[in-house]
Design a protein. Structure first.
Length: 597
RNA sequence: GCGCCCAUAGCUCAAUUGGAUAGAGCGUUGGUCUACGGAACCAAAGGUUGCAGGUUCAACUCCUGCUGGGCGCGCCA
């Protein structure tokens, strides 16, 4: 993939296919917001604050930056806006910009420009999304999965949101390192070891290892008189007792194979799975260094770091000498800095850990200089219909496996009802994509920080901002190509000119619905940037939903197959590009498309 | 006690970080079916953004104080 190198060239004219100089997969487009922002900022000398217009009657984009500057420099905002407008030369891009309201500058893109941009995007296998000129190295940390315990609903948001952000950043051309920070060390292993030795049922281990390990854990945990024995097993493990180490490794092995099943179903992969145990040997060194530097001090026998803004310290070593998860987090960060030199580290956990990460980050800022951008990307709780954290009827956490099973079962029931004639294997494949997709989409389409109520009916609905709706929208576009009587329809251009529209024709935007669709297509780049800037996957789902809406209007108003050339080819290309962006967008959410449903 | 988060249409949620007339879906009401998948589309109704002040050209957004929820906080993770 060619990387954008410095300046990009815009082709302001249309109507001649020779106007473009795109070779192969070269991705050299500049997004609309970049063009407009750059122009305004050159004239203004300050951020343009370019946004899509709140109301389409004002135009396509608006610059809000003038008013801020006017305020600072005590000028009349409208006068300043007029002055800025007079200095812009964007004749090839938009109609003459207008000044409105308190000092907004409004831009309406020219149809010819939009046509040229989408034509270029249609010939680019990145749909016009540039590759980052300055790639960042980003570490994504997924917290919370514990060895010997089932993955439950509390893990799904971290996994799905982290995976989405990793995918988006990767697509933008950044170097992303995903690291599953599993809980494979801690006091629970004393009880597990004791339970394993005394009460293990090998048949149960074979049938469902995690369930059996959980049973053993609960068994020992309930019996207070065994605490001392469990503790003794833990100490032996910590001292490197070969037998206990071997059993402990068995726990991890059993657990990881179970985790992998879930991650495979979710389509999530990690570059590294470095658990807490990996950092265990480093902990004494971390404490020693922090003490030596005077960052950590002793208080009531524990080693603490006091951080501004919080009365409670971050304890990094207990009075009995044991380390805590804050210690591990600091060791982990140090390792990552040494190993990968990231520009950014993203921690995806639930909101209850805000104080913890605030403290860890504060300590890290004292410890390391320079320090990468540390971001706690936190999320809210998944609630049941009653508004309380989602649990089973018996009050247990819902196992992720059960959740995914139910999602697929419910989706399969719908497919069976709607399309019984499809082969069974096809129906199951559709059910997998729709069921898993629905769960993911429901999660990602929420504003990350708010709690949300989990509802099967809503996430599987065919209307509204849901996975099935988006997947269906994709199928409808694909259906056009099937109907157009061409062969391959899954990837751009494979069906030859007749399938994707003859690329010798440029895309023509004659109908308002075509223009609307094309403008929405051009917003893909800026949407991904917004998602990455603020770690907000729901902006991508909102974009895709809007895209589907614009496509619907186009679909209703603009016949494709029956149109005469060059309209037919133009519209086929527009359909192709829409489908490609839907597919790409869903892929960045970690959701599969299907060709029929 | 200190701290964090939340409160938006009947319900479930948005709102690009201070921008113009607060948007969707469900539900309700009414439309569209011989063009490409009706698992669809279009339209209407529905709001004092919890309350009261404040900041300014502009506030769902920021500040202060309330009310009502959720969560966290020295030896779990």
């Amino acid at each position: 993939m060619a990387r954008v190198s410095g300046k990009t060239r815009l082709s302001p004219t249309v109507g001649h296919s020779t106007s473009y100089c795109y070779s192969g997969s070269m991705s050299a487009m500049q997004s609309v917001t970049e063009i407009l922002s750059a122009a305004v900022e050159r004239a203004l000398g300050a951020p343009a604050l370019l946004r899509p217009c709140a109301n389409p009657q004002f135009g396509d984009y608006q610059a809000n930056g003038v008013m801020a500057v006017a305020k600072q420099t005590k000028q009349n905002p409208r006068t300043l806006a007029e002055k800025i407008v007079s200095q812009l030369s964007l004749d090839n891009v938009c109609e003459p910009p207008t000044v409105a309201g308190a000092g907004f500058i409004n831009f309406t893109l020219r149809g010819e420009f939009v046509g040229a941009q989408v034509t270029a995007a249609a010939r680019d296998d990145r749909h016009g999304v540039p590759v980052a000129m300055k790639p960042k190295t980003v570490v994504v940390d997924y917290c919370g999965v514990n060895v010997a315990k089932p993955m439950h609903i509390g893990h799904i948001r971290s996994t799905i949101i982290g995976d989405c952000l990793a995918r988006v950043l990767r697509f933008q051309g950044h170097r992303v390192i995903t690291d599953n920070h599993i809980g494979d060390w801690g006091t629970q292993f004393g009880m597990l070891l004791l339970g394993w030795k005394r009460n293990r049922n090998d048949d149960a281990i074979h049938a469902d290892p995690i369930a059996e390990l959980l049973r053993l854990y609960k068994l020992i945990n309930e019996r207070e008189e065994l605490r001392a024995e469990a503790k003794a097993e833990l100490v032996k493990l910590q001292q490197g007792d070969p037998e206990n180490l071997a059993i402990w490794r068995k726990f991890i092995e059993l657990s990881e194979s179970e985790f992998t099943k879930i991650y495979d179903r979710l389509g999530v992969r990690f570059d590294h799975t470095l658990g807490e145990s990996f950092y265990n040997p480093m902990l004494p060194g971390v404490v020693a260094e922090l003490r030596q530097r005077g960052i950590a001090t002793e208080s009531d026998g524990a080693i603490c770091v006091f951080v501004a803004g919080s009365k409670a310290p971050l304890i990094i070593q207990k009075a009995d000498g044991a380390f805590l998860y804050g210690t591990t987090d600091l060791a982990t960060l140090k390792y990552r800095l040494d190993q990968w030199h990231p520009d950014e580290v993203i921690y995806v956990t639930d909101g209850r850990q805000q104080l913890h990460f605030q403290q860890v980050f504060a300590v890290a800022r004292q410890w390391f200089q320079p320090i990468p951008d540390l971001r706690h990307v936190w999320f809210g709780t998944i609630l049941g219909e009653d508004g309380k954290p989602l649990k089973t009827r018996s009050g247990d956490l819902i196992k992720l496996e059960d959740l995914l099973n139910e999602a697929e079962e419910r989706a399969l029931a719908v497919v069976n009802a709607k399309n019984p004639e499809l082969p069974e294997e096809t129906r199951k494949q559709i059910a997998r994509a729709v069921g898993i997709g629905a769960v993911k989409y429901a999660d990602l389409s929420q504003s990350r920080t708010t709690d949300y109520i989990f509802s099967w009916d809503k996430m599987l609905a065919m209307n509204g901002n849901t996975a099935p709706y988006m997947q269906y929208a994709y199928v409808r576009v694909q259906s056009i190509f099937r109907k157009a009587d061409v062969g391959r329809v899954t990837s751009r251009g494979d069906g030859g000119p007749a399938a994707s529209g003859d690329a010798a024709y440029n895309i023509i935007l004659a109908h308002p619905s075509e223009l609307d669709l094309a403008k929405q297509i051009l917003r893909f780049t800026e949407t991904l940037q917004a998602v990455a800037d603020d770690d907000k996957p729901n902006w991508l789902t909102a974009y895709l939903y809007d895209l589907a809406g614009k496509f619907s209007a186009f679909y209703d108003n603009c016949p494709v197959i029956q149109s005469a050339e060059p309209t037919r080819s133009s519209r086929l290309q527009l359909c192709r590009l829409t489908a490609d962006i839907m597919k790409r967008g869903l892929n960045l959410l970690g959701i599969d498309v299907i060709e029929q449903m």
